[in-house]
Design a protein around this ligand. Sequence first.
Ligand code: PLP
Length: 421
Amino acid sequence: MDHFLYRNGSLHAEDVALTEIAASVGTPFYCYSAATLTRHYALFTEALNPLPHLVCFAIKSLSNLAVLKLLGDLGAGMDVVSGGEYRRARAAGVPGDRIVFSGVGKTRDEMRLALQGGIRQFNVESEPELRALSQVATELGLTAPIALRVNPDVDARTHEKIATGKKENKFGIPISRAPQVYAEAARLPGLQVVGIDVHIGSQLTELEPFEQAFQKIADLTQTLRAQGHDIRRLDLGGGLGIPYTRSNEAPPLPLDYGAMIQRTLGHLGCEIEIEPGRLISGNAGVLVAGVIYVKQGEDRDFLILDAAMNDLARPSMYGAHHDILPVTEAPPGTEMQPYDVVGPVCETGDSFAKGRALPPLAEGDLVAFRSAGAYGAVMASEYNSRPLIPEVLVQGDHYAVIRARPTFDEILNRDTIPEWL
Ligand SMILES: *Cc1c(COP(=O)(O)O)cnc(C)c1O
C-alpha cells in the first residue's frame, strides 16, 4: 500500500495534489511520500519484532539526505556501499554504530573513513579485502568489526543483472571456503569477527530462495561456532521484491519473510540485521513527467515526455515495467489507447513502454510513473546535458523540495576550459 491516490480525479501524494507541486517546481520531478516510507520501515521492524534486530536501509536505492534523516530518526540503521554513502548516512545524523558497510571494492580510503568515523560492521567480500582492512585498522590502532559476505550459490530467480547469490556472480566468498577465510580473519590483527552476511539479489518475488540461503547460513553458524568464532549477528541482506504492477503480482509480505527468518534462524540467538532498499523506497516514490508532444507514427502514437532514460534508467537498463498513470484521472468509460511512451534522449533505448494503454493525452498533460522511489533518482545522470531533476518530499498536507534542480550555470561551471585552449 502507498499514499498515491486520486482525490476528486486528481492524483495526490498524501494530501498534496501532484499538479500543485508540478506548478511550483516544474516537470519532471520525483515525489516521495513520508507516510509510505515510514509505513514500509515499520513493516520490517514489526516482522522482526520477536528477535533482536536492526533494519538497515539500503541507501543505494534512494539516498536523499531528507529520506535518510526520516528513516534514521525512526531508528533505522543504514547499509552503505561507498564512502559517499557513508558520508550521506552520517550527514543525515545516523550514528556509526548503526551503519554497515557492504560492497566488493571498498578502498583503503573508504575503510579509513568508516573506521575513524565509527562503523557497526564491515561486510567483507574477499580475502584481499580482509587483509587490506586488517592493515588499515592496525595502522590506525583500531579494531574493525567484520562479517564475511558468503555466496550461498542459490538461484534468486530474479533478473540476471540483479541476482548476486550464484557462484558465477562477483559477490561474496563461496560458502564452501568460508571456514578457511574465517580462520584467516581470526588470525589477522585489527579484525573482530562478529557475524555472517549474505545478500542473494534484488526484486525477489518468492521466499524460497531466501529460505534456502538462510538454511545454509544456519548450518554455517553452527560450523563456525564449533570452530571457536563468535557469530552473534546475521546480516541477511535485502532483496524482497515489490509489486510493479497493480494486477496479479504478489511478492511475499515482510511479515511472512520475518516469520521465515524466525523459523530458519531464530534458534541461534543471533541479532538479525536486514538491508531492505526497494521494499522501503520503491513504492514510496513517483516520477511525474509532462507530455511534450503526441506524435503520430506510421502504425502507432508516440507519447514524448519531458522525462527520459537519464532520469529513470530502469526501463532502458533492465526492461523494467513501471505503471504509468495520468495525473488527471480519465472519466469513467474513457476508451484507452496504446502509446509508445518515450523520452527526448537521442537513443532508441530511451523508451519507457511500448503499446501502453492510456487514456487519450495531449501536450501539457501530466503522467506519473509509479514505483519510482527505488533505483530512480539515484541512477539518474545528466546525459544529453539534461539537468538532474528535483526531488520533493510530501508529508501530510505539506511538501518540500529536498533536492533542487541545478541551474545551467551550475552545470556549465563544473567544466573547466584549460588556459591553453
Ligand atoms: C542492493 C543491496 C541491498 C538492497 O537490495 P533491495 O533489493 O533494494 O532490497 C542490500 N544489501 C546489499 C549488499 C545490496 O547490494
